[in-house]
Structure formats: structure tokens, C-alpha cells
Design a protein. Structure first.
Length: 260
């Protein structure tokens, strides 16, 4: 069986890495829409349109049996639409992350960070409240984390200062658990841990593996790995070694994506 994964760009490679390591026999096709990243500052309509284009491209070209929306922003807005238009299981990252957070928190105070669009959507808040209405949830968009990560600045002084600037407010509110609600943020995990070692960190790339395991899907294939991007990307090159290994990479034309 084959798994399709898409993201607005390179961030979803954190999901690709975990899925590839945990399901070595699955055929995995990853599409990073590097030509149109970021999605996190776009309108709801645009995010849904881009997501439909990525998802249908993977479905029609590679016959994927299950689709993972690795992007938190796309998961927040397009999950229901994609579930309706595709005849295969479609999995977003929000629910798996929320489930792990509810399990981790002891004091019922959970922080959620993500792109402006993800936080505006209230997707995590809704999912968390459904799981436990008593939770106290504190949200914060952290838009500068994405360019920092893309630049490879994940543990230098600027990264540390930026993490403190965004997160201190949530820490002061007493959260004991923090959801990294953006695919780029796991790359800042070590810096966040170093500054706030007492906080439980929820990394959706890990949460989704557990979620897929529970679905008991037969994911045996030939272990094929195929990465597609819609434009060249400096950030992609920065993380190639760390996240992709020797998977085949290919640039596709954005017009092919849009014409479906
Ligand atoms: N992949 C996006 C997310 O997880 C972050 C980058 C973007 O804004 O497109 O929300």
C-alpha cells in the first residue's frame, strides 16, 4: 500500500521522516508545495484550493491508498473537504496532536503554537475541548519560527531569543504541555526543551505515527520513497540530509498541480 503526504513545503518532511522510519515497507510519496509556501498567512479559500490541488495530484498520479495532510494549516482548513472528495482515508495532524496533549497534561493547561492561519482557525482548541472540556487552552501564533527554521537557525542565539519572546507568555500562564502546531516547529524542539525543560512537548510528526498505528492499515509495499517539490528551495537543501536521506527527489511543474 502507498501513503501520500503533502505539505506547504519542507516542514512536512518532519512527518515524512517519522512515517518513513516507522513504516519502512510502505511506499511513500511526499509533495512539498515549495512554490507557494507559506500557506500560514493565506486566506481560508486559498489554503483549501491549494490543498485540493496537492491532494488530488497525489491521488491521481500515484494511486495512494491513504493521504496524510502533514501541514497543520492545511489540516486546520481542508481536512473535511478532502475527506469528502477523496475515496481514501485522509488524516490530518490536528487530532493526533490534540489526543497526545490531553494524555500528557497533568494540570490541564495546554499551550498551542502555530501559524497565524492555524491559530485563527481555532482547530486545536476545538479538538482539545471535545476531548476534555475542562482544559485551559492558551494559543499563540509564532510566524517567525518558519523563516528561522528555513534558514537553518534552529539553535543559535537568535533562535533562543525568538523562542523566549513568543513562548514566555504561555509559560507564565502555567502551561505544562505545549503543542507544536506547525510542521516546522519540531526542528526547534531541542531549543525549546533546553529553555523550558519542564514542559511536555507534543510533536505532531510523532503523534501521527501512533495515530496511524491505531488505524491498523496494511501498509506493506516495496519501501519506495519519492519526494516531489513544486520549486527549487534553499530550505529544502538545508534539511535534505537530516530529513530525507537518499530518497528520490523530483521537481514538478506547478501548472501540472493546478490543471487537475
Ligand atoms: N506547513 C505549515 C504548517 O504546518 C507551516 C508553513 C506554512 O506556513 O506554510 O502550518
Amino acid at each position: 500500500m502507498s501513503i501520500g503526504i503533502f505539505d506547504s513545503g519542507i516542514g512536512g518532511l518532519t512527518v515524512f521522516k517519522e512515517v518513513a522510519e516507522n513504516f519502512p515497507k510502505a511506499d511513500i510519496y511526499y509533495l512539498g508545495d515549495t512554490a507557494r509556501v507559506p500557506y500560514g498567512n493565506k486566506s481560508k479559500e486559498t489554503i483549501i484550493r491549494y490543498s485540493i490541488e496537492c491532494a488530488t495530484y497525489l491521488y491521481h498520479n500515484f494511486n495512494v491508498d491513504v493521504l496524510i495532510i502533514a501541514c497543520n494549516t492545511a489540516s486546520s482548513y481542508a481536512l473535511d473537504t478532502l475527506k469528502k472528495i477523496l475515496p481514501i482515508p485522509v488524516i490530518g495532524v490536528v487530532k493526533p496532536g490534540a489526543q497526545v496533549a490531553v494524555r500528557y497534561t497533568k494540570n490541564k493547561k495546554v499551550g498551542v503554537i502555530g501559524t497565524v492561519a492555524t491559530i485563527r482557525s481555532g482547530s486545536y482548541q476545538q479538538e482539545l475541548k471535545q476531548l476534555n472540556p475542562d482544559l485551559e487552552i492558551h494559543q499563540k501564533p509564532c510566524p517567525l519560527f518558519v523563516p528561522l527554521v528555513e534558514e537553518g537557525w534552529i539553535d543559535n542565539e537568535i533562535a533562543k531569543l525568538t523562542v523566549k519572546e513568543y513562548l514566555q507568555e504561555l509559560i507564565d500562564k502555567g502551561i505544562d504541555t505545549l503543542i507544536l502546531g506547525c510542521t516546522h516547529y519540531p526542528l526547534l524542539k531541542n531549543t525549546i526543551k533546553e529553555l523550558y525543560p519542564h514542559i511536555n512537548i507534543v510533536d505532531s510528526s510523532i503523534a501521527i505515527v501512533e495515530y496511524i498505528n491505531n488505524l491498523k492499515l496494511d501498509l506493506n509495499g516495496n519501501g519506495k520513497r519519492h519526494i516531489l517539490i513544486t520549486d527549487e528551495s534553499h530550505a529544502f537543501d538545508n534539511f535534505r540530509k537530516l530529513l530525507i536521506g537518499d530518497a528520490k527527489t523530483e521537481k514538478i511543474e506547478l501548472s501540472d498541480l493546478c490543471s487537475l
